[in-house]
Design a protein around this ligand. Sequence first.
Ligand code: ZN
Length: 141
Amino acid sequence: MGIFDDVVVNAKSAAEAVGRKAGQLVDVSKLRIGAAEVNAEITKRYEALGQYVYENCRSSLVADPEAFGKITEIDELKAQAAAIAKELNDKQNKLACPSCGKQCSNTDTFCSCCGAKLVVEEAAAEPQPEAPENHEEPPQE
Ligand SMILES: [Zn+2]
């Protein structure tokens, strides 16, 4: 009966091992989910911090080239987004209300939502800030 006992014991410990393993898998996946949730929250907080810094700390970061470079990148992306939104509005004959942002027809004079006067822009009134580039001066001889 020694062999039979061994088989029973082995089967029992194998079952326990499977149970432990399953329990560990549950623990591991719970931990993974927990880690992913906390990391997602960290990412959200970074984003909120970044937005706060972008909106409130511009002047104090002028002297930090890396930080100010990142601010400038966002400025450029915002300008791109505004240009795309304007082009989209133009294609759809729409105009964003300067007050509430509602999409109005570009034939309207006032916003149908808040009543603000809609400013119909004349052709290309946008100022284009030209950054003076360092052109290489031709050698004067
Ligand atoms: Zn409006």
